[in-house]
Ligand binder design. Structure first.
Ligand code: ATP
Length: 299
């Protein structure tokens, strides 16, 4: 049984001779905040356009809730691809009434609720033109929340906002995630993604560099992988290894965590030797993904 909300399989998209996506695949687990990360032009918006049926892929496929995309599955997905064209001379309340009448998502009663969620209830009768950029963006997210969809898809939700506006959107996304919604968002801000996302897919020039849980993908520590015939004995011995910040048994081996750049394999080796343990594995998984990030964000 799959718990993937969205499953993307080998999607490719060309714009004429430009290859925007070269066959990307990844799954979005239920209840996560999933960041699609990559520099400008890496294919983030194209990916979102395809999964929202705004663009057609040249090849590959995707499923929502284990089913092909359909009007029925689309009803469970709220999205914000581009800032909607709100009427400047109307209030937030009236703008959402119009959005609701056009989209037929939810009922008129949902509007007040949505305005509370996005922290605009106190300004609901103010004209849209009097709003700050952050408030405008929160109203756009509010429009995506109409009908209470289980899944939300946002393209660069913090684009153009100041640090306060960015923090407000971050808090809103966290609140929505706490309510159990699955959130998929594209961003080129590594820092932002790290603060809010539980999972990421990293794109570069239309190919997938890596995908998975943030704490696995964005390694900012050294991990020494250590093995011996008696793994439990090794684990017990290494529990008290000085300088280590954590220990985990993983696939029959011991993973020992250290602050970035501080793991010394020779010290682990001599320590184990002094305890009468002969190692059959000793490797450092230092910065491999960080190196990928560096490569990714520097050209
Ligand atoms: P950004 O962060 O700048 O929005 P992105 O990661 O979302 O970038 P896309 O917008 O998906 O990237 O673009 C991927 C590639 O496809 C880029 O090379 C872009 O120039 C190209 N592209 C996107 N839309 C079109 C289009 N309508 N016609 C031609 N080329 C396009």
């Amino acid at each position: 049984m799959s718990t993937a909300i969205l499953s993307i399989n080998n999607l490719a998209k060309n714009y004429g001779s430009i290859k925007a996506l070269n066959g990307i695949s990844f799954d979005v687990p239920k209840g996560c905040v999933f960041g699609i990360l990559g520099p400008n032009g890496s294919g983030k918006t194209t990916t979102l356009g395809i999964i929202l049926d705004v663009l057609k892929a040249n090849s590959g496929s995707f499923t929502w809730f284990d089913k092909p995309s359909s009007p029925d599955t689309r009803k469970q997905i709220g999205s914000l691809l581009e800032t909607p064209n709100f009427y400047h001379y109307l209030s937030a309340l009236d703008n959402l009434r119009i959005t609701q009448a056009i989209s037929h998502r939810g009922t008129p009663n949902d509007i007040e609720e949505v305005l509370k969620t996005v922290n605009l209830a106190h300004r609901k009768t103010s004209k849209f033109s009097s709003y700050s950029l952050g408030m405008k963006q929160r109203l756009a997210i509010g429009a995506a929340l109409l009908g209470n969809p289980d899944v939300l898809v946002f393209d660069e939700p913090t684009n153009g906002l100041d640090p306060v506006g960015i923090a407000e959107i971050r808090e809103l996304i966290k609140r929505l995630a706490n309510e159990g919604k699955t959130i998929i968002m594209a961003s080129h801000l590594l820092d932002e993604v790290e603060k809010v996302c539980t999972h990421v897919a990293i794109l570069k020039k239309g190919t997938l560099v890596t995908a998975g849980a943030v704490n696995e993908v964005m390694l900012n520590e050294d991990i020494a992988e250590v093995g011996a015939t008696n793994a439990q004995q090794l684990f017990d011995a290494l529990k008290s290894f000085s300088g280590s910040t954590g220990i985990k048994m993983e696939g029959g081996n011991v993973q020992l965590y250290f602050p970035l750049g501080t793991a010394k394999l020779e010290n682990i080796n001599s320590y184990c030797f002094s305890k009468g343990i002969t190692l059959n594995l000793l490797t450092l998984k230092r910065k491999s993904l960080e190196a990928k990030f560096f490569e990714l964000t520097n050209n």
